[in-house]
Design a protein around this ligand. Structure first.
Ligand code: UD1
Ligand code: BG6
Length: 371
């Protein structure tokens, strides 16, 4: 049921404040006078010791689910102090890459049925690794075959392009980082700030959804373009990859997410006054580096659309030289949840304006169950 919406993708984008609330329900503990704020993931509590004792954590997924894991990697590394590596499921299988008994493997999948991810799960089990699932579908093959896991509880997602599952996956993996990180005194303030940020996140997403009309206006400007680049780094490298994936899969426009730190190693050659480039430059530890990327792109007359934190337009677009998208500032590791929303809206409006099928893009399936 699409309710008042024209398309499922549109409905699923707009229901993210609610889906995120459901994802966190019963899992965040407010704390009190003598009790610290904390996170409870019922599906993991009996396995935390094994996870903490493992040698590394390996995230495995495809498409949007892979991007969600990439968004969560920095906070998991920071809070756990463990090495965290990334695997595209098909590539792990192609290489028969090394997976050991001492590894914790984490399988991220909305449907829980993706063939490559499921195959990689069988492979990791055969190699003796602990297998953890992050899935949206109870009783799916991946949920059943993992040793333990967390349901993201985002509700049924119908649009082929994943939107609300992406943001719920990131939130679950941020919560996962908090529980694996444990309750060491040294990062207590950081942990509490993230938990406060999680409580407030649905409100911030509600706020960023107000950019809908602005994104529609931007889509009108980009409707006839051949290509759109997205530059991100740090927590928002994943945002650049996921924003570009949305644009290419539904709007059928070439789009590429680029790690801004790699700009000089190739992408800079593409920059001219015609090619539109989205630069994600919200305020975090990478901000000054991103400001310098903006300067260098501008020096080559790049046609920039800059995403920045509210009130900071003048820091990224001196004299109003570029179009800006201002988004609310949240805790750095949760910023990808906010930042993807305008890009989901942009991809949605671009698709509708270009006259393509937004819920069922040509050649794509919601769940890829063959290899
Ligand atoms: C569970 C209940 C929830 C109830 C809550 C109350 C289910 C599905 N969930 O939620 O209805 O409100 O207790 O305490 O009954 N699992 C995997 N692989 C996965 C995902 C999950 O093995 O990919 C396992 C978990 O380890 C766990 C079970 O499935 O044993 C349920 O996981 P989850 O729904 O995340 O647990 P709770 O949040 O505790
Ligand atoms: C397909 C979907 O390609 O599979 C994507 O169209 C999705 O939206 C990808 O990200 C992975 O699916 P899942 O269910 O394993 O998360």
């Amino acid at each position: 049921n699409k309710g008042n919406y024209e398309h499922y993708m549109q409905k699923e984008i707009h229901e993210q404040p609610e889906s995120l609330t459901t994802t966190m329900r019963g899992r965040l503990i407010r704390g009190g006078s003598c009790k610290a704020k904390s996170v409870l993931l019922g599906g993991l509590k009996d396995h935390l010791k094994t996870i903490r004792r493992s040698r590394r954590i390996v995230f495995i997924g495809c498409g949007t689910s892979y991007n969600a894991a990439l968004a969560a990697r920095p906070i998991l590394e920071e809070l756990s102090g463990m090495p965290v590596t990334m695997e595209v499921a098909s590539d792990l299988l192609d290489r028969q890459g090394p997976i050991y008994r001492e590894d914790t493997t984490v399988f991220v999948s909305q449907s829980g049925e993706t063939a490559d991810t499921l195959q990689a799960l069988h492979y990791a089990r055969e190699n003796g690794a602990l297998c953890v699932g992050i899935t949206n579908t109870v009783s799916s093959a991946i949920a059943r075959n993992t040793h333990c896991g967390v349901h993201i509880n985002a509700g049924c997602e119908i649009g082929v392009a994943s939107t609300k599952a992406y943001t719920s996956q990131i939130v679950v993996m941020a919560m996962l980082s908090l529980v694996i990180g444990g309750d060491t005194i040294s990062n207590q303030a950081r942990r509490e700030a993230i938990i406060d940020g999680l409580f407030d996140l649905p409100n911030k997403v509600r706020e960023v959804l107000k950019l809908d009309q602005e994104m529609k206006d931007l889509a009108k400007l980009l409707i006839a373009e051949q290509s759109l680049l997205m530059f991100g780094r740090g927590y928002n490298y994943a945002t650049a990859l996921e924003g570009a994936l949305k644009v290419k899969e539904v709007a059928l426009m070439h789009s590429e997410g680029i790690l801004a730190g790699e700009m000089k190693h190739g992408p800079l050659a593409l920059v001219d006054e015609n090619l539109p480039i989205v630069v994600i430059a919200t305020n975090d530890a990478c901000f000054s580096k991103q400001q310098s990327v903006i300067q260098q792109l501008r020096a080559r007359k790049g046609r920039l659309i800059v995403m920045c934190s509210k009130g900071e337009a003048s820091l990224v677009s001196p004299g109003g030289s570029s179009r800006v998208i201002e988004v609310p500032l949240v805790e750095d590791c949760l910023q990808p949840v906010v930042n993807i929303v305008p890009l989901q809206l942009l991809a949605y409006h671009l698709t509708v304006l270009r006259g393509y099928n937004v819920d069922q893009p040509r050649n794509l399936a919601k769940s890829v169950t063959t290899q």
